[in-house]
Design a protein around this ligand. Structure first.
Ligand code: ZN
Length: 112
């Protein structure tokens, strides 16, 4: 194990907080991507705006969902012996990066 039990507990806490935040974000975005009503009260331009922001929200929703999957997977990985090692170069990922992004599977050098 690269990180101690206490450190892994910290990672789990951070991951759980992030999961909570991401779930809120997803439900908020899901509300916004509901079909734009062909409401007579909205003019044509406003409707175009609504459709334009809808695609932005849809992109945000897709990335939030992806993020949630990563976080949930990270929660399963924390207690595995390869957790904290970069999946590309196999070097340990510095704890500062792990604390900021406990769901990451790569070191900063390999992330780009
Ligand atoms: Zn690496």
């Amino acid at each position: 194990m690269l990180y101690s039990e206490n450190e892994r507990e910290d990672f789990k806490t951070i991951i759980n907080e992030k999961i909570e935040e991401t779930r809120k974000e997803i439900s908020d975005l899901a509300d916004r991507v509901k079909p734009v009503e062909p409401d007579v009260a909205i003019g044509r331009l406003t409707r175009m705006d609504a459709i334009g922001s809808k695609s932005i929200y849809e992109a945000g929703l897709a990335s939030a969902r992806q993020n949630l999957t990563q976080l949930e997977r990270a929660l399963d990985r924390v207690d595995r012996k390869d957790y904290g090692f970069c999946s590309y170069c196999k070097k340990p990922i510095p704890i500062q990066r792990m604390l900021a992004m406990p769901e990451t599977e790569t070191c900063l050098g390999c992330a780009g």
